[in-house]
Design a protein around this ligand. Structure first.
Ligand SMILES: [Zn+2]
Length: 175
């Protein structure tokens, strides 16, 4: 197993089987400069980092969230594909028309939006991955604030935003 996956293991616990997951140095990912996932393969834009930065680790956690979606039901992959195609087509059309983007698939509405979400799986796939990535940023101490919203009160206790991130990820089986 890639050492980078071993680093992710404590975060995922039993929620994700890491054994079938592989990294590839992908020309397609290099083309866009962004990692992406097909089933259990993480396509990385270059050599897989041995000592990942926090930013790289956040990307790994995000891509593993897509592996988790795949393991929790194949329909999620089809749904993700449809979401991405719609988003890309709408995005191109709106851009051509000079209009602002219709929606951002990664956007779960910030702390206010998250407080109204009943379960992680009710979100769009990219928003689910964003919540999991932000939960990792919170639990690893990589970030003090996300989207300008604090994760800890001045006294050091978790804010309602931090508690919502934890609530949704725990319900989804993360430790
Ligand atoms: Zn994603």
């Amino acid at each position: 197993m890639e050492p980078i996956l071993e680093k992710a293991r404590p975060f995922w616990g039993d929620a994700l089987d890491l054994n079938p997951i592989r990294f590839v140095d992908s020309p397609w990912a290099r083309l866009t400069g962004r990692a992406f996932v097909t089933h259990h393969t993480i396509h990385w834009p270059g050599p897989v980092p041995v000592v990942p930065s926090k930013a790289e680790m956040a990307v790994v956690i995000h891509e593993l969230a897509h592996c988790w979606q795949y393991q929790s039901g194949r329909w999620q992959v089809t749904r993700g594909l449809v979401e991405q195609i719609l988003y890309t087509l709408f995005g191109l059309w709106l851009k051509a028309a000079g209009a602002p983007p219709l929606y951002d698939p990664y956007d779960y509405g910030g702390p206010e939006g998250l407080s109204t979400v009943s379960g992680l799986r009710s979100l769009r796939l990219e928003a689910q991955a964003a919540v999991i990535e932000h939960y990792w940023k919170m639990s690893s101490g990589a970030c003090e604030a996300i989207h300008g919203a604090a994760l800890r009160s001045p006294a050091g206790s978790p804010t309602s935003y931090a508690r919502d991130l934890r609530r949704l990820c725990r319900e989804a089986g993360l430790p």
